[in-house]
Ligand binder design. Structure first.
Ligand code: DHB
Length: 393
C-alpha cells in the first residue's frame, strides 16, 4: 500500500503527537506511525511535571482543557537536607511562573484524542519500520501494518521514536557524534494509594542517597529512591521501601510520608546523552531520539516539546515560502536549549545524589551547595528559572 503525506512522523510519543498537532493547526498534513498499541502508549508511566511554557502551549493550541481541570499547579518545591526542608518559591523568583503536575500519559491521551478527532491518521502497532531516501526530496517510511507492506512518501521525516530510535541509526555512519554520561545510580519509582505527603514536591539529599516525593492525584502518589542501577525490584519489600523513605526524608520535627498500598515498582537507569547534529538531509530527530536527560527535574517531555516548536515553525516556513534555511538551521537552533537543559539536569542530579566513589568532603560540598541554593536569592533564582523552564529563544 502506497501512502503520501507532507511530513511522515515516526513515533506517537509527546514529540510526534505534538508535532502532528501543531502542523495540522497550520494546515500541514502528517501521518504518524507507532510500533506500540494505543493502549500501551496511553498507560506507560513516565514523569509528570510540565514547565510553564509547555502548559501555555497545550492551552493555546486547544489541548489543555483536561490538564486545566485535573492537573495541579505547583508554585514551588522543597529541598530537604540535614533534617530540614527549605522552600524555593517559583513565582516570586521568575516573574510569576509555576509548573503543573500532570502525567505524561495523560498528555498523550489528550493529544491522541485531538488528532483522531481532527481526522488524523495514527497507525498503531506497525512492524518492521525502515526509512530511506533521506538525502532525496522524497524520503520514504516503510513498515508492515496488519501483514500489509506499506510505504509513505513524504517531504520530510520527523524521527520522534525515542531512545530506541530506528531513525537515528538510519543516518550514515560518521555523521553523528554522541556525547554521553552514564550515572552510577538509578531511581526506584513507586506508585501508591495514599493521600499526598506534602503540598509540593520534596527533593531530598541524605547520607543514604536521594529521595523524591511527587504526586499524581489526591489518591495516588509517586515517589522515588536512589538505588544501585543493577538492583532489582524483587529485593524491595513494601516494608523495606517505606523504611528507606522514612529514613531519607526524616526531619528534625518528625515528618513522615503517608504510606499506602504500593501498586507499581520500577527501576530506571540514568544518563545524559546528546547526538549532534540532529538532522541529516530530510530527516529531523526530535526529543529522546536525539537526547536523553537524567530524570531529576523532569525535563524530558518539556525538551521534546521545545524541539517540536522549532521544527514546526521551520516546516511552516518551508511550505509557505519554499525557504529551507530555517530547516537547515533546526539542529543548531534546538541544541542551544538542549545543552542548557542538559546542564540543569546534570547539576540537579549531581547536587542531590550520593556518588558511590564520593567521600565525606564531596558530601559536605553538596550540603554547602544546598545551603547556598536555598539561602541566596541569586542561587534560588538559578534553580527556579530553570525548573519552570527557560524562555524560548
Ligand atoms: C517526577 C519525576 C521527576 O523526574 C521529577 O524531577 C519530579 C517529578 C514525577 O514523576 O512525578
Amino acid at each position: 500500500m502506497k501512502l503520501k503525506t507532507q511530513v511522515g512522523i515516526v513515533g506517537a510519543g509527546p514529540a510526534g503527537l505534538m508535532l502532528s498537532h501543531l502542523l495540522h493547526l497550520q494546515g500541514i498534513e502528517s501521518i504518524i506511525i507507532e510500533t506500540r498499541s494505543r493502549n500501551d502508549i496511553e498507560s506507560t508511566i513516565r514523569a509528570g511535571i510540565l514547565e510553564q511554557g509547555t502548559v501555555d502551549l497545550l492551552r493555546e493550541t486547544g489541548v489543555g482543557q483536561r490538564m486545566e481541570r485535573e492537573g495541579f499547579r505547583h508554585h514551588g518545591i522543597e529541598l530537604r537536607f540535614d533534617g530540614a526542608g527549605h522552600r524555593i518559591d517559583f513565582p516570586s523568583l521568575t516573574g510569576g511562573k509555576s509548573v503543573t503536575v500532570y502525567a505524561q500519559h495523560e498528555v498523550i491521551k489528550d493529544l491522541v484524542k485531538a488528532r483522531l478527532d481532527a481526522g488524523a491518521q495514527i497507525l498503531f502497532e506497525v512492524k518492521g519500520v525502515g526509512i530511506s531516501g533521506l538525502d532525496s526530496a522524497v524520503p520514504k517510511i516503510r513498515f508492515r501494518k496488519d501483514d500489509t507492506d506499506c510505504e509513505i512518501a513524504c517531504d520530510a521525516i520527523a524521527g520522534c521514536d525515542g531512545t530506541q530510535s530506528i531513525c537515528r541509526p538510519s543516518i550514515p555512519a560518521g555523521v553523528l557524534t554522541a556525547y554521553e554520561r552514564v550515572y552510577p545510580f538509578g531511581w526506584f519509582g513507586i506508585l501508591c494509594e495514599a493521600p499526598p505527603s506534602s503540598a509540593e514536591l520534596v527533593y531530598a539529599l541524605h547520607d543514604r542517597g536521594f529521595a523524591l516525593v511527587s504526586t499524581r492525584s489526591p489518591d495516588i502518589q509517586r515517589m522515588y529512591l536512589q538505588v544501585d542501577p543493577s538492583d532489582r525490584t524483587e529485593n524491595w519489600s513494601d516494608d523495606r521501601i517505606w523504611a528507606e523513605f522514612r529514613r531519607r526524608l526524616a526531619t528534625r520535627d518528625g515528618w513522615a510520608p503517608k504510606e499506602g498500598r504500593i501498586f507499581s515498582k520500577v527501576i530506571i537507569g540514568m544518563r545524559s546523552l546528546v547526538v549532534e547534529p540532529m538532522q541529516y538531509g530530510r530527516l529531523f530527530l526530535v526529543g529522546d531520539a536525539a537526547h536523553v536527560v537524567p530524570p531529576t527535574g523532569a525535563k524530558g517531555l518539556n525538551l521534546a516539546v521545545a524541539d517540536v516548536r522549532v521544527l514546526a515553525r521551520a516546516l511552516l516556513e518551508f511550505y509557505r515560502s519554499g525557504r529551507g534555511d530555517l530547516l537547515d538551521r533546526y539542529s543548531e537552533s534546538v541544541l542551544r536549549r538542549i545543552w542548557r537543559t542538559q546542564r540543569f539536569s546534570w547539576w540537579m542530579t549531581s547536587m542531590l545524589h550520593r556518588f558511590p566513589d564520593s567521600d565525606a568532603f564531596q558530601y559536605r560540598v553538596q550540603l554547602a551547595e544546598l545551603v547556598y541554593v536555598t539561602s541566596s536569592r541569586a542561587a534560588s533564582t538559578t534553580l527556579a528559572e530553570n525548573y519552570v523552564g527557560l524562555p524560548m529563544e
